[in-house]
Design a binder for this molecule. Structure first.
Ligand code: SAH
Length: 391
């Protein structure tokens, strides 16, 4: 729903300002049409229906995996493709993964979106409409009944609101940060608080700095994928512009400013970035206590020395601190979703054993690491895969 257009349309009809809020409240609760907004005069509902598209996106295709993951492929009004995914977990978390751009101008070599053409930034409405699609979908008939107030039509998942949002669909959110932040202002109306919203970046430093100054408690995730500069440049050409060591410093500065732990994403590629030494290099890169925290028992350095230490010293101190590792970073090891790209995929995902060994190596150096559950493999749920296939 284009909220600016909504306001203009309502103004044209001489409507009071509260009307826009009223319409938005219905939409955010999962209403599927203006018709359902029963506290609006009937003539106004009709006028809106004929003048203002209910969604800025058209659903092109939807696939559903047996684990409950749903992936939607949309087109914007000007025909640009984008995707979003809904993931449901046993612990009642329901996470959506949204796109910030149609295509992506950064060409990470393992990413399906990177291989397709960049179209444009998405507007805040186009971002929010991805989330609203899943709200409606999960409200059954989508009549706007508050969650829990109606019998479920779709098993236990049916009427639960979305709890988390990650900007890990197509595109680089930091290249479209104003629209992303505007969308994040609206997400709490759908039940997704800002603490449960994560912006994932290739390490676009100006964006990380802007987010550090933004006064909402949004979470930051950084796609690292390699601890060595040369390898990272191969996988992610953007590393030439913003080298890893600067990206990590920016992430530390983000932590120092906001005191929110930073997630590190690391996609596991067989024979490329999954060796034991590479896990150690990653542990060294991320080591070091959070600024202002005391070193672990047995460490020699005083807190002030930690604060004053440069990155190299800090890493050494972190590793010396009896495996205290990092309290700033948490690593997410991502099983690689093989690509469906024509011409073959140069990468293979690491084996389950290699992923487990990599995780164990990080743990033994005090770096918290989880392995991301693979979701929706059968429906090509990785970033850019549906759109690349449809193109
Ligand atoms: N541009 C942002 C957000 C979009 S990608 C970023 O790079 O962080 C979200 C995450 O999915 C990134 O960590 C990206 O590297 C990862 N990813 C991309 N293609 C993948 C694939 N085929 N398998 C697993 N993860 C992938």
């Amino acid at each position: 729903m284009d909220l600016e257009l909504l306001e203009q349309t309502l103004a044209r009809h001489g409507q009071p300002r509260f009307r826009a809020r009223q319409v938005w409240a219905w939409a955010a609760r999962g209403a599927a049409s203006y018709e359902q907004m029963t506290d609006l005069p009937a003539w106004l509902r009709e006028a809106l229906a004929s003048e203002l598209p209910f969604s800025s996106l058209q659903l092109q295709r939807e696939s559903r995996a047996s684990d409950g993951t749903v992936k939607a492929l949309f087109a914007t009004r000007d025909g640009r493709p984008l995707e979003a995914v809904l993931m449901r977990y046993r612990d009642r978390r329901r996470s959506i993964c949204v796109s910030s751009q149609s295509g992506c101008p950064l060409d990470c070599t393992f990413c399906a979106t990177g291989r397709m053409r960049f179209a444009r930034n998405l507007s805040a409405s186009e971002i929010i409409d991805q989330a609203l699609h899943f709200m409606r979908r999960d409200r059954g008939a989508g009549d706007g009944t508050p969650p829990g107030a109606r019998p479920t039509g779709e098993g236990e998942h049916a009427v639960r609101p979305i709890t988390h949002c990650v900007f890990m669909g197509m595109g680089e959110p930091m290249l479209n940060l104003d629209a992303v932040l505007a969308a994040c202002e609206r997400l709490p109306d759908l039940g997704v608080t800002q603490r449960r919203t994560t912006i994932s970046t290739v390490g676009w430093i100006p964006g990380i700095e802007q987010l550090a100054e933004h006064d909402r408690p949004l979470r930051l995730a950084i796609s690292v994928h390699a601890a060595e500069e040369a390898l990272r440049s191969q996988l992610m050409p953007v590393n030439e512009r913003f080298p890893l060591k600067d990206v990590i410093e920016a992430a530390r500065a983000f932590y120092a400013r906001r005191r929110r732990r930073v997630f590190v994403e690391y996609v596991m590629l067989a024979g490329v970035n999954d060796r034991y030494e590479q896990a150690l290099a990653l542990a060294r890169l991320l080591a070091g206590p959070a600024p202002g925290t005391y070193p672990a028992a047995g460490a020699h350095a005083a807190p002030r020395a930690h604060l004053a230490a440069g990155a190299g010293q800090r890493s050494a101190a972190g590793l010396r601190a009896g495996g205290r590792g990092s309290s700033i970073f948490k690593v997410n090891l991502i099983p690689y979703n093989a690509s469906v790209a024509a011409g073959g995929d140069p990468y293979r995902g690491s084996t389950r054993d290699s992923v487990a060994a990599f995780q164990a190596a990080l743990h033994s150096h005090g770096i918290p690491a989880t392995v991301r559950l693979t979701r929706g493999r059968a429906i090509n749920a990785a970033c850019g895969q549906l759109a690349a296939e449809a193109a």
